[in-house]
Write a protein that binds this ligand. Structure first.
Ligand SMILES: [Mg+2]
Length: 278
């Protein structure tokens, strides 16, 4: 795989990562980006080669992070990220930045559950039954609750019918409805992947930022990289993990790859380029 961003900003971002990797932060979404999307979200596991490539990448660049809507500990456990040689400095931001796991300490910092979450949990089964969607899968994520329609007969139609009622429920519970690939999540307001990424950039002082994602929840991180480029003079590279289910990110990406396999290929190709530069 050769790395050829299709935009001038992306080419500048890649060049900055290659020439000064120690000043670069590379951040990755989890589901649909590092790990393939599967019918049962508790089985979403990256290929071992993807984690191996990530560990190699971490030996070249300043910082590597995972930024996910999952609870941080769940992503760490699913991908077996604890104790991986080479990933001793890894940071996993969970729940769109409300949680943080540091490989250096092996501990998770988390936020208080929002007060309206119990009400959302209690009302969801009735809401789903009322829409004749009782077969949708409810996933309790601790600080949020998600409704998955992937296993329903007509998932797209189910998602359409759920969108309005779930938005209303989120509003009365003081939550926000976060749409994704065949899922809508009711989660606390006040954070998103853009703010999470910004926090890492401020903390690290990175001068170049790469971010890879696949879904609507990643748009905020894309927007933050665009802002860092245009307003703060940072270099940035936006990678879309392409899928037939979601194309919104591809239109804004500097580089589109074919799903999690393509992301692993991207990481490997970047490692190969960094190896040549060293
Ligand atoms: Mg994703």
């Amino acid at each position: 795989m050769t790395l050829e961003p299709t935009t001038a900003e992306g080419r500048a971002g890649l060049a900055a990562i290659r020439t000064e990797p120690a000043q670069a932060l590379l951040a990755f979404d989890y589901d649909g980006t590092l790990a393939p999307i599967v019918p049962d979200p508790t089985q979403a596991v990256p290929r071992p080669e993807a984690i191996g490539a990530l560990a190699e990448l971490a030996s070249y660049v300043g910082w590597v992070a995972v930024v996910t809507g999952r609870p941080a500990a769940v992503a760490v456990e699913l991908a077996a990220l604890d104790g991986v040689r080479g990933l001793e400095g890894l940071v996993v931001l969970g729940h769109y930045g409300l949680e943080r796991w540091d490989a250096a300490t092996g501990t998770v910092e988390t936020a208080e559950a929002p007060p309206g979450l119990d009400r959302a949990r209690a009302e969801l089964p009735g809401l789903l039954a009322g829409l004749d969607l009782a077969d949708a899968d409810m996933e309790d994520k601790g600080l949020s609750v998600a409704v998955h329609v992937r296993r329903l007969g007509d998932a797209d139609r189910a998602l359409e019918r759920l969108a309005g009622p779930l938005r209303e429920l989120a509003t009365v519970c003081g939550l926000v409805a976060e749409p994704g690939r065949r899922v809508i999540e009711l989660r606390p307001p006040g954070t998103d992947k853009g703010r999470a990424l910004r926090g890492l950039v401020v903390e690290t002082g990175a001068r170049a930022v790469g971010f890879a994602g696949d879904d609507l929840g990643d748009l905020a991180a894309f927007a933050e990289v665009e802002r860092l480029r245009s307003e703060e003079g940072l270099a940035g590279l936006l990678v879309c993990s392409g899928s037939v289910e979601q194309t919104a990110l591809c239109e804004r990406a500097d580089l589109v790859v074919d799903g999690p396999e393509g992301v692993a290929g991207f990481i490997k190709a970047l490692v190969a380029e960094l190896r040549r530069e060293r």
